[in-house]
Design a protein. Sequence first.
Lengths: 282, 282
Amino acid sequence: MKVVHTIKELKTILGEHRKQGNKIAFVPTMGFLHEGHMSLIDHAKAAAPIVVMSIFVNPTQFGPGEDFERYPRNLERDCQLAADRGVAVLFVPDVAEMYPDKPKTNISVSNITSRLCGASRPGHFDGVATVVSKLFHIVQPDLACFGLKDAQQVAVIQQMVQDLNFPVEIIPCPIIREQDGLALSSRNVYLNTEERKQAVVLSQALAQIDLKFLSENTPKEVTRKVTELIESKPLANIDYVELLSFPSLEPINQFEDVTAVIVAVAVRFGNTRLIDNKIIKK
Amino acid sequence: MKVVHTIKELKTILGEHRKQGNKIAFVPTMGFLHEGHMSLIDHAKAAAPIVVMSIFVNPTQFGPGEDFERYPRNLERDCQLAADRGVAVLFVPDVAEMYPDKPKTNISVSNITSRLCGASRPGHFDGVATVVSKLFHIVQPDLACFGLKDAQQVAVIQQMVQDLNFPVEIIPCPIIREQDGLALSSRNVYLNTEERKQAVVLSQALAQIDLKFLSENTPKEVTRKVTELIESKPLANIDYVELLSFPSLEPINQFEDVTAVIVAVAVRFGNTRLIDNKIIKK
């Protein structure tokens, strides 16, 4: 595996692969890799012979008071994990490489970003859309893999790709969970023992939801039942519990109106904000 | 020359050229071609063996009450001119091909768009940046030629390309003028005989400006003198006369502070809004 830190070096290497007609699959990450990221590599490898992973903790998608500074980092371990799993090129730019000057260009995706994390984290998805656009232009992949734990992010990027005609296929990949159900996240390391124990309530609250449950409960009843179960844990501090259409992320009155719904939750345990979701297709 | 109307067909043709290692130069236009566009083709041909031109009157860059509906169109004549000048592929999508659904994604470039046409035409440069981004993703050119009559557009696109790492080289091309000095524009056909005669004042007012003139006049005196000359024509209705740094497009107090300035004017003759400019490098 080649580890490169500059755009110029990356372009030289990928230019060679492209000349040889090799398809390129891209896995953008913020590092501190876990099995969720590893499964993205597996999906990428299944789709293309060359897998490029990026590790970049993007400052523009963090709001004031969020965890940009303390976001967990361990490049040495990440390199080992990525190499062992079959990444061909690991792109690790620093902030000055990605933002040499104060940028004046912003990409925003409306509607899809007005609820869930878009409401809780103003500017977050502008930062995500803009940096993903930069990375797509730098890597020029044929396809890119994103995890569905960040389901709203997947919806935003798919909308951006469609609206702006990006020549990139987006592959949404399923959530990977711990044995007890907790969705894998680099932020799980922030949790203390008691928080970690109680955090399992997110996946438990979502596990009860299936087609039958949706047919027997109104959207309001669904969110009320999920909320009640999460609130039964004393350390849980709910940011949102919402049931929306997917991927348009709009409120719905009846399940009959849409082909897929998402129940999405964001909950704080101490200073740690966790998200999880379940998408149900009819 | 191949004339194609769909993105799919265009991609098939350009994919073949790319496989053969041919560089692609792109000339995006709104059609109703004149010698200004022809010179862009010449610049494109000098830089790459394959020239792709697009003709698309983009609705999202016109404001309410602007001339989208009556913007001059003549595809048959355009095809002939483009073919004769050496365009290999002419891409002519309709609005439904470019915007199959109501788009939710917007690209905006701040600062550079706050003055000149950005102030007179709110939303115009968002429409330009977004559609150029779409066209770049569809055509995937190595380089793209833009005319400096729309100097602010060139500055906006160069900023976007830099900020978003587009793998496209932007080639700004000089203004082409009528024998009497009027800058070529598809909108010149709107002018009646008397308006056409008086419109020459724009280029005359700019012609007096050179390094010596700038050293002998303050920025305020420059804009006052240009304004006075234009106002001497009874049919001229000034939208703006501004002297700014180029390409950052910020007001300046002294010429000593910057390496290049632009004097830019927008003037209405009847219902027709004309723009012109002169860039002076130190």
